[in-house]
Design a protein around this ligand. Structure first.
Ligand code: SF4
Length: 408
């Protein structure tokens, strides 16, 4: 029998932690955009002012889209500094890449040189400390990345990195502008018009990756596409539909699962509230003896589409699930079962209705913070003693094997 109250206690604490550990991209520090902000906050009453051909809202959104793609690389503080410094450098050279994305490509040599040069400066700032934490050499600090069968890996090919990771998201507003011209339309915010043509923040996330014409495809993963939604809807409050449309609230997108999130939800016992260990093995979410250090592997992405076992279709939990799916995520009309992937969002939705105003962003940030700071994936055991959710954690309190025998 699922203990929803226990899940609520855990996620409430996680969301509270997440709210305190937000890491917002410092756009207010980017020289060409500084006047969009006052004391670090967006000047909302000027957000729809034109800045050249585009509104400020559009420029910030374009920047965030590139930032979300680049954030998939190693060492987030370095990645964000690189984006900030390259943007400043290119604008000083009159290459206004977020106002005129074509500027990035028309003088490709300038763009590539800027990325290489600023990468050198960022490396000089961060490499030494980074190498100590990673037990690696400072020389191997490299923010350029590419996709391989093993996931995201470092690359030395700056052209691939620049065109694929910077160029693809810059091409989205460029193509939208061209399509507007072709259709005789004029807009100072083609990217926003496009993003908000989706019925909800979650359907926008799917479209950012999968749309046949404008989708970023392999340039962006599920986690990064959700990261963009977090920033766009919640942190920067840029959605024009947020006040009037349940599809665009702070709970209208899902918590994306990755290794950190999966590890915390597994070890705390959250997952076992919705299916048994045997089911997870059958679904290959748990793969025996095939993980790091000879442990069992938690392959959290295999949870996608898996349904909660033993749920009654007339229970209040199921009714709330339907409400969330139909009216907030806008992902269907009549669900036949409840997907485990959506359970963290559902619990938060119930808490929201009880008056706890936490967002999916808070929950995701909390899980990430716990996963990276305490509940690590090393050979040694995680730092449970200092973990702020230890009193809610089944692994810590009752079933130590959930911790010692599994890695992501
Ligand atoms: S108590 Fe330990 S196992 Fe549980 S979430 Fe915290 S670090 Fe992870």
């Amino acid at each position: 029998m699922t203990d929803i109250e226990k899940c609520k206690e855990l996620l409430l604490k996680v969301a509270e932690i997440g709210k305190q550990s937000r890491q917002v991209p410092p756009i207010y520090e980017v020289e060409p955009f500084q006047y969009f902000f006052s004391q670090g906050l967006i000047k909302y009453n000027e957000l729809d002012k034109r800045d050249g051909g585009c509104t400020r809202r559009e420029i910030i959104t374009r920047y965030l889209l590139v930032n979300a793609v680049l954030d998939q690389g190693p060492h987030i503080p370095g990645v964000r500094k690189l984006l900030k410094e390259v943007t400043t450098d290119l604008y000083r050279k009159e290459r206004r890449i977020f106002h005129r994305p074509l500027d990035f490509f028309s003088e490709m040599g300038i763009s590539i040189d800027s990325i290489l040069e600023q990468h050198k400066s960022v490396k000089a700032i961060f490499a030494e400390n980074w190498s100590k934490n990673k037990k690696s050499s400072a020389a191997s600090y490299n923010l350029f990345f590419t996709q391989s069968s093993r996931g995201i890996i470092s690359t030395n090919q700056v052209l691939d990195y620049s065109v694929h990771r910077w160029g693809t998201p810059l091409c989205v507003p460029l193509l939208l502008e061209k399509d507007n011209q072709k259709n005789g339309k004029e807009s100072g915010q083609p990217l926003i018009d496009y993003l908000e043509s989706y019925s909800s923040a979650e359907t926008m996330v799917q479209g950012i990756k999968n749309n046949n014409r404008y989708g970023l495809g392999s340039a962006i993963g599920d986690k990064a596409a959700h990261l963009f939604a977090k920033w766009y809807v919640t942190f920067f409050n840029l959605s024009t539909r947020k006040k009037s449309d349940t599809g665009w609230t702070d709970i209208s997108y899902e918590v994306p699962f990755d290794g950190n999130v999966g590890r915390v939800l597994f070890r705390t016992g959250f997952f076992s509230e919705f299916a048994s260990l045997e089911e997870y093995k059958k679904w290959k979410v748990i793969q025996l003896n095939s993980g790091k250090y000879g442990k069992h592997h938690i392959r959290v992405t295999n949870i996608r589409k898996k349904k909660v076992v033993d749920v009654e279709n007339n229970s209040s939990l199921f009714r709330d699930y339907s409400d969330l799916l139909v009216n907030y995520l806008k992902m269907g009309s009549r669900p036949r079962g409840m997907e485990i992937q959506r359970m963290p969002g559902l619990i938060l939705f119930q808490l929201f209705q009880q008056g706890y105003k936490y967002s999916i962003a808070d929950l995701d940030d909390g899980l990430m913070h716990i996963g990276t700071t305490f509940c690590h994936n090393d050979k040694e055991l995680p730092n449970c003693k200092e973990c702020p959710v230890n009193k809610f954690c089944v692994g810590y309190k009752k079933k130590p094997k959930l911790i010692s025998d599994y890695r992501t």
